[in-house]
Ligand binder design. Structure first.
Ligand SMILES: [Zn+2]
Length: 164
């Protein structure tokens, strides 16, 4: 695999384990608990963002997902392309959205930001690199095809390319 995206290195799928810790959207300070995101209502509790009822007297701060959405700065990019995709567009879109719904139910920071139509397919952007990987794995699991990962370690960004 050659470097297809500037700043990104191809990585083997089974090597995607060591993630850098310097995510620019992690809070720079230790968040008080509980903190509520005023945008989506997620609650920071026990050291992570969760879907909980809003606690009384909570601090307010944008969660990393809403912060990325506000800035238009995705962490994950999933390119879906190929003739099979074109013939099964709705079915594959459905699978992509299902994967988000499943992931987001448990992890408030795993969200799709946008699904853009491209000349040769789709570009799905996400607030979290693990959701991008999850979407790629779900497509590959359901429809095989080719799956590539390209990682930008400096900014902790992941590009996933699935084609069939
Ligand atoms: Zn939020």
């Amino acid at each position: 695999m050659k470097a297809r995206f500037a700043g990104f290195e191809p990585v083997r799928r089974d090597r995607m384990v060591q993630e850098t810790r310097h995510d620019p959207y992690q809070a720079k300070h230790k968040l008080p608990e509980p903190t509520v995101c005023p945008q989506c209502g997620a609650v920071f509790h026990d050291g992570r963002w969760q879907w909980l009822a809003r606690p009384a007297g909570a601090d307010e701060e944008l969660c990393p997902a809403c912060h990325r959405i506000h800035d238009g700065y995705p962490a994950g990019f999933v390119t879906v392309e190929g003739s099979f995709f074109k013939q099964h567009r709705e079915e594959l879109l459905h699978l992509v959205r299902n994967e988000e719904t499943r992931a987001k139910a448990e992890h408030p920071l795993k969200r799709i930001m946008q699904i853009e139509d491209k000349d040769d397919g789709l570009l799905v952007t996400t607030t979290d690199i693990h959701l991008a990987r999850g979407i790629g794995e779900a497509l590959h699991h359901a429809y095989q095809g080719e799956l590539e990962y390209h990682y930008n370690e400096r900014e902790n960004l992941l590009r996933v390319v699935w084609s069939r």
